[in-house]
Design a protein around this ligand. Structure first.
Ligand code: ADP
Ligand code: MG
Length: 242
């Protein structure tokens, strides 16, 4: 078996020294799989993603990308190592056009490469090509989320981190986002997302982790988590149809 692309071990991280909100969490994600992180509000899920992206201080533990420990590296170096991050809010510039947003996403690239990646983005997301001159704020919620993902893809990440990509979307738009993530995973990207829509997210995932109070609670194949009555009762909102 090949080593996972991302390996987080015993991570302690937070916003102020000595006051961590992630208390020793561990997880892995491999190329081509979707891994979903669920858990109650305030569990530290977003903070864990931010730590991987280099956006919060890590006090202890390790974060390896393809074997390289990235703890302490500035966020732009982590981008260069192949990590894309789609935050939950503020993930597009609403006053810029679709095209401008994508250009910003590719600002680290040489012009020829940026042009190539733009063409790839418009092939992957035809709706963004159609609306390339539109201001991002005029997009529907689903289109905006596609733009946020397309923007993160401009640097061709090997690992894509997404914080609640379906938040605020109608079910059909959420399914569109999840289908896009499946397609990305098929192309070899490792996808790690945090989701409140736990059931729907696990249905498109290979594996899942439940985080509570900054610590791992349960982990396993997504199908196992979905069929575990204890997990369902405690973390999936109980209702099967949701
Ligand atoms: N920018 C911040 N500064 C200080 N504390 C924060 C900040 N963001 C989140 N927290 C705190 O960290 C804890 C975990 O938050 P978060 O990682 O956002 O949880 P989750 O995404 O699982 O809901 C919460 O207690 C929250 O209040
Ligand atoms: Mg969160």
């Amino acid at each position: 078996m090949t080593a996972p692309l991302l390996r987080v071990e015993d991570l302690v991280a937070g916003y102020a020294p000595g006051l961590p909100v992630v208390h020793g969490a561990s997880l892995e994600a491999s190329a081509g799989e979707i891994v979903t992180l669920i858990g109650p509000n305030g569990a530290g899920k977003s903070t864990l993603l931010k730590a991987i992206a280099g956006l919060v201080t890590v006090e202890r533990g390790s974060i390896r990308i393809a074997g390289c420990d990235v703890v302490g590296l500035p966020a732009h170096e982590i981008v260069r190592l192949g990590v894309g991050y789609v935050p939950q809010t503020g993930n597009v510039f609403t006053t810029l056009t679709v095209l401008e947003n994508l250009k910003v996403g590719g600002h680290l690239l040489a012009p020829a490469q940026r042009a190539e990646r733009l063409a790839q983005a418009f092939t992957r997301f035809p709706v963004l090509a159609e609306r390339r001159r539109a201001l991002a704020r005029t997009l529907s919620g689903g289109q905006r989320q596609m733009l946020a993902i397309a923007r993160a893809l401009m640097t061709a990440p090997r690992l894509l981190l997404l914080d609640e990509p379906s938040a605020g979307l109608a079910p059909v738009a959420a399914e569109g986002v999840f289908a896009e993530l499946r397609s990305l995973a098929r192309s070899g990207v490792a996808v790690l997302m945090v989701e409140q829509r736990a059931r729907a997210a696990l249905r498109v995932s290979d594996r899942g982790y439940v985080l509570a109070e900054g610590r791992n609670r349960v982990a396993g194949p997504a199908a196992t988590l979905l069929s575990d009555p204890d997990v369902a009762a405690a973390f999936l909102g109980g209702r099967r149809a949701a």
